[in-house]
Design a protein around this ligand. Sequence first.
Ligand SMILES: [Zn+2]
Ligand SMILES: [Zn+2]
Ligand SMILES: [Zn+2]
Ligand SMILES: [Zn+2]
Length: 369
Amino acid sequence: MGRKFISQKKQTKDELFDSLVKNAIDFLDSSLDDLEKRPKNSIVDFYTSIELFLKARLMAEHWTLIISKPETANIDSFRVGDFHSVFLEDAIRRLKGVLNECLEQSTIDNFKALGEHRNQIVHFAHSDYADFSATKAGVVVEQWASWHHLHALLTEKWKDIFGPYNKEFGRIHKQIMRQKEFIQARYNELKSKIDVEEKAGKKVIDCQHCEMHAAIVSKEHKWGDDYSCMVCGVSDTAVASTNEELECPKCHKSFEFFDKNLTACPHCEMPISTDLLIDLCEKKYIEGDDWWEEGQPHIAGCHNCQHERPSVFYIDGLWSCVACFDRGWQAIACPNCDEFVTGDMDTINYFACYKCEDEVRKRIREDGF
Ligand SMILES: [Zn+2]
Ligand SMILES: [Zn+2]
Ligand SMILES: [Zn+2]
Ligand SMILES: [Zn+2]
């Protein structure tokens, strides 16, 4: 935001990272507190929080990265909090250029749109900006969508960095999901428009984020449907489901297991952990796809959740991860490190897989590219 904030005493880098994250969490909290009476403040604070989290991610790599002109960086003035820090677009550019961390386009679009809305509120305070988005229900929907993107970054993509704050994220997640009645109101308002889409022949499915029957399918694939939700604004892919079953080791009855909300056997309540699912699948799914040959590995490491144990099995015609329940990626042996993994084929072939990318990036940097 280019604004200076001054703190009194010098902090270590770890302390600075910690206070940046805590600051970001504070802004999320005040955003939720303001929802009822000051929906505009709520948007502004929510956006500030996103920027702070992106800065924290950059800072985890190197402290100079959050300064608007790294060449003028000075560790002493940084430690007392006296610096101009980066804007959203710079942060996204640096994540990509320096860390090779590409955010999904839908995430970037969402954050930018929220930023524009924030600017309208901040800079045009006296304009009659009184459309739907300035009402509580509108703000809830906007936050809902942005939170989906932010939450995925903090708890999946960057979980190694933000893991220590997971409890806080869980608390906020619960609070945001509680805004159900406003989502329902938004749905009621839009229902006639959704009906029109459906009658015109569009496929409409339940949104996996707000759970409303408002997700308009834009493209169908073997692995699932791409959709945009009219209620919460999230664009995502609804992964194709499967009715495959496993046998419970305790009661020996079969249950449908490919469900991220499953925590116990539906018949005997025996807890079903990720490790147990992998154990059970190891016994049942002993082959890979058509490319697979006897003796080759048939359980892939998942690039999406990066679960420690290989967790991707060939189930019902698709490579399917039983740790994060993503499906439909290809699985191959990485030509660089030889690990059997899922991921984008081009990236693995021409660059690296998720397991060896850090090492490859380091090598490229040392070679001076
Ligand atoms: Zn939705
Ligand atoms: Zn059972
Ligand atoms: Zn996974
Ligand atoms: Zn590799």
